[in-house]
Write a protein that binds this ligand. Structure first.
Ligand code: UD1
Length: 409
């Protein structure tokens, strides 16, 4: 079975790694890896390939940055001849970035089956570019691999046939688990000048709604700076945000490897982190503040308190089974919840069903069975049982606007 796997942006690389490693154990699967080049800086791309032990891509499209239309169109244009040349039985895409949408669309138009890993997540906020990508990719996919039960309900409500759904768990957690020994050995704390046992928080920001306008960014940084009177808040700066951040005097910039000790207060900006250093820093943090999707999932497994600076989450299981609270961007609420989280223990909860480090194994088993013309009833029966099981108290409903989706009161 020839399979074309596509990855383009930082979170894609994390998701593709465990799938590719699992496929390579089965000679009957012949994966070809395409890198679209949506992310191209070393810090966002080759560093992740090295950290995650991903082989050199078979094909590089080198599309680079651009508006949504330009980037999407350029990927469509450049991937079509690759799909035509390889003629895979399946195109496998992950996540919700522009590379995911463009490559799925090109394949669907050529009559090539599409598999989508991380299907069915919905924020119900179409102002998010990723939400549009999710809806469109799922609509043209033939195999939908789901990370959580909310996705199952979302897709059935959208009229997707039950036979296409496979609740398999979360490949992002596979990557976290399989690299655990390596990220636990990272010395990022020392390289940042953190004293042994020094408390700190971590912050990540890159959503256009939070960072593209100077006013929104300033409004968000003010309450976070107030929290930073208690602990230093370390902010690895995404290249998209760097120009806006460099104009702000209240931020301290720090080079990794500088010998000076970490300050005891303030927002401390650093270069983007590689995968292993990022997990290591996150796992030792007293609190994580973020607008990222993947970090809500990683903190769930690391049991680090997470405050999501958005009004919605497409990953409600991180609230019902994790440490995540969706608090929006109201300044008073950020200070209140941040202070509370810094001064209390995180509640220990059972991890989401199937987030056990074996999602890629399940995906590959399904692909192998399909290649043999077999049925996949076993997986679906198990998933169905989980999807229909009563939800734990406090779990988010899958209905838009329900607690767990919106900013919880
Ligand atoms: C993209 C994804 C987002 C994901 C994020 C992870 C879409 C619509 N967005 O957002 O879902 O959470 O990746 O990081 O696909 N840039 C560089 N170097 C790079 C790449 C980008 O400097 O290697 C800068 C460029 O100025 C570029 C900007 O970042 O214009 C935005 O890059 P882009 O890939 O379009 O979106 P992200 O914000 O990275």
């Amino acid at each position: 079975m020839k399979i074309l796997l596509v990855a383009g942006a930082r979170p894609n690389f994390v998701k593709i790694a465990p799938i590719l490693h699992e496929m390579r154990k089965h000679p009957s699967l012949r994966p070809t890896l395409v890198h679209t080049g949506q992310h191209y800086d070393d810090a966002l791309s080759s560093r992740f390939f090295a950290d995650l032990d991903i082989p050199e891509p078979d094909v590089k499209l080198d599309v680079g940055s651009g508006s949504h239309a330009v980037q999407t169109a350029e990927i469509l244009r450049r991937i079509e001849p690759v799909l035509d040349g390889v003629r895979p039985e399946l195109l496998l895409v992950v996540g919700d970035v522009n590379s995911t949408l463009a490559s799925a669309l090109a394949a669907a138009k050529l009559g090539i089956r599409v598999g989508h890993v991380e299907a069915g997540l919905r924020s119900f906020d179409r102002a998010m570019p990723e939400e549009v990508n999710r809806l469109l990719v799922d609509a043209i996919s033939d195999l939908l691999f789901l990370t959580e039960v909310s996705a199952w309900h979302n897709l059935l409500r959208e009229g997707v046939a039950l036979e296409k759904l496979h609740l398999v768990g979360n490949v992002m957690i596979d990557a976290l688990q399989s690299c655990r020994d390596r990220w636990q050995r990272s010395d990022i704390g020392r390289r940042l000048g953190l004293a042994p046992r020094q408390r700190y928080a971590m912050l990540t920001l890159h959503r256009p709604s939070n960072v593209d306008s100077a006013d929104s960014l300033a409004a968000l940084l003010r309450p976070i700076a107030a929290l930073a009177h208690e602990v230093p808040i370390i902010l690895p700066v995404h290249p998209r945000v760097r120009p806006q951040m460099q104009r702000r005097d209240e931020l301290v910039w720090r080079k990794t490897g500088s010998t000076a000790p970490m300050p005891s207060t303030g927002i401390v900006c650093i270069e983007p982190l590689g995968y292993l250093d990022c997990l290591a820093l996150m796992s030792g943090a007293a609190l994580v503040l973020t607008d990222s999707g993947g970090i809500q999932e990683e903190t769930t497994i690391l049991k680090v308190p997470c405050l999501t600076l958005r009004d919605t989450t497409e990953r409600p299981v991180t609230v019902s089974h994790g440490t995540n609270q969706v608090i929006g961007t109201d300044p008073a609420r950020i200070v209140r919840e941040g202070t509370r989280a810094l001064n209390s223990e995180a509640a220990v909860v059972a991890p989401p069903p199937l987030w056990d480090g074996r999602a890629a194994e399940r995906i590959v088993r399904i692909l192998l069975r399909q290649a043999e013309g077999g049925r996949t009833v076993d997986d679906r029966a198990a998933a169905h049982a989980i999807a229909l099981a009563p939800r734990p108290a406090g779990a988010g409903s899958h209905e838009p606007g329900a607690p767990g989706h919106g900013a919880a009161a």
